[in-house]
Design a protein around this ligand. Structure first.
Ligand code: UDX
Length: 433
């Protein structure tokens, strides 16, 4: 089976490298020739644990993987073509911008010359895959191709593991022929008994948005419970533990914090809301979760300013700039949103992040970038732990205390024990504790 992957972002690159690991001849295509050149030299454009090894192995050893900027040369002998281009939010109407998807469909229709399957793996609103079929069928007879929806559930920082050991594979198709070919493609996962769920195209597209929206809502839910816990003297970590043991609730995505960020949840939630609005559906649960999440950053920042008595000219420490650990991705990072709000108040930010500082420099936020956490914690009015990197989980607070006479810490991710830090003289504020 020969595969072509259009788009080499987080989804396309991981998908291509992992399909090569399954043993398939795979070409990944991108219009960005510099990016293609870097990738052909095993240079990954973003930090993702394990991707460098996979790229090197399949570019140079198995030679199953290659990168090209020419779609025409790459798709004409492919058996399955994956569309993995970006679907960013149109900032005005909240809906997904599908221009890259339509362009890919158009280019595919100009270049396929044998039966193949065109797969939407990008997160696309319900109805998109059928529209791709309409675009391609303007030039290609419908007998000579099929379309399939096959959404991904990859988390940044654990994307390779999520691909190799998924909870499930979702295949949205319209006939047995394409279903059988997709099941054959994922046979390596079948051997580890991964559930492969076949459904309609529309159901598959909705599963993706509904899954991300549910997880985002679960996060907003536990964050609202955290706010209540702070008022009534409860500990949200114990509450989450007591809730999560119930298998119907589950203990994942119940960690209270500054809210959800990243390149997926915020945009997918807004796109799903947009789809509901277009279909006159009341999705008030999701709009409430989204609105609460947006407002949470302002509430948390104002809380830090008032409790730490910050004023224009104050200096703070911010540990963690990426939207989550084990990634250099800063898109919709809650840490950077807090930094921006503090900067707008004339507050200086000393920060450190193990991977994301190069990306943070590109943002128009004044950050003093330090070489390690201890340097960032020196001589500031408050220390804010914004991202729960493992590197921040066992800091030497006696060492920090000797270089920081204010000793105020906001542990937004609850990675420390309040009593331990208070016992050594810190004023400790957690989230929901
Ligand atoms: C998410 C989905 O998990 C994944 O299935 C989908 O394919 C892409 O979007 P990702 O955005 O990489 O993955 O990160 P994830 O680990 O889901 O975290 C998303 C946001 O939620 C982060 O800002 C994280 O800090 C926050 N989060 C996550 C919490 O605040 N609490 C939690 O318990 C879990």
């Amino acid at each position: 089976m020969k595969l072509a992957i259009i788009g080499t972002g987080y989804v396309g690159l991981i998908t291509g490298a992992c399909f090569a690991e399954f043993g398939y001849q795979t070409v990944c295509i991108d219009k960005d020739e510099i990016r293609v050149n870097d990738l052909n030299n095993s240079k990954c454009p973003f930090y993702e644990p394990g991707i460098d090894n996979l790229l090197h192995k399949h570019l140079h050893k198995t030679k199953l993987l290659s990168f090209s900027s020419s779609l025409s040369q790459s798709v004409n002998d492919a058996d399955i073509i994956f569309i993995t281009v970006g679907t960013p939010t149109k900032r005005i109407e909240n809906e997904a911008d599908l221009s890259y998807v339509w362009n890919a469909a158009e280019e595919i229709s100009n270049n396929i010359n044998k039966y193949c399957i065109v797969v939407t793996k990008s997160t696309v609103p319900v109805g998109t895959t059928r529209e791709i079929k309409n675009i391609i069928s303007k030039k290609i007879n419908e007998k000579n191709f099929d379309v399939v929806s096959n959404p991904e559930f990859l988390r940044e920082g654990s994307a390779i593991n999520d691909f190799m050991r998924p909870d499930r594979v979702i295949i949205g198709c319209e006939n047995k022929k394409s279903e059988d070919i997709m099941k054959e493609l994922y046979r390596p996962l079948y051997l580890i008994e991964t559930p492969i769920i076949s459904t309609t195209i529309e159901s598959s597209e909705v599963i993706k948005y509904a899954s991300n929206s549910f997880l985002a809502t679960k996060i907003s839910f536990i964050n609202q419970v955290a706010d209540l816990c702070e008022k009534v003297g409860a500990d949200v970590q114990d509450v989450a533990k007591g809730m999560g043991i119930d298998k119907r609730i589950g203990n994942k995505f119940l960690h209270a914090g500054p809210g959800y960020g990243g390149s997926c949840f915020p945009k997918d939630v807004k796109a799903f809301i947009s789809t509901a609005e277009k279909n006159d559906i009341n999705f008030s649960i999701l709009t409430a979760a989204d609105k609460f999440n947006e407002e949470r950053i302002i509430k948390i920042t104002n809380n830090i300013i008032s409790k730490a008595n910050l004023a224009k000219g104050s200096q703070v420490s911010l540990l963690g700039l990426s939207f989550k650990p084990n990634t250099d991705d800063i898109r919709d990072s809650t840490s950077l949103k807090i930094a921006k709000l503090l900067q707008n108040k004339g507050i200086t930010i000393k920060s450190y992040d193990p991977e994301a500082m190069d990306n943070a420099k590109k943002e128009n936020i004044e950050l003093i970038l330090c070489s390690n956490a201890y340097e960032a914690c020196e001589d500031t009015k408050v220390i804010i732990i914004g991202t729960e990197w493992n590197e921040f989980r066992a800091l030497d607070f006696l060492k920090i205390k000797s270089a920081n006479r204010n000793r105020v810490i906001f542990d937004l991710r609850n990675i420390y024990n309040a009593k331990e830090l208070r016992d050594i003289g810190f004023q400790y504020f957690g989230t929901g504790t």
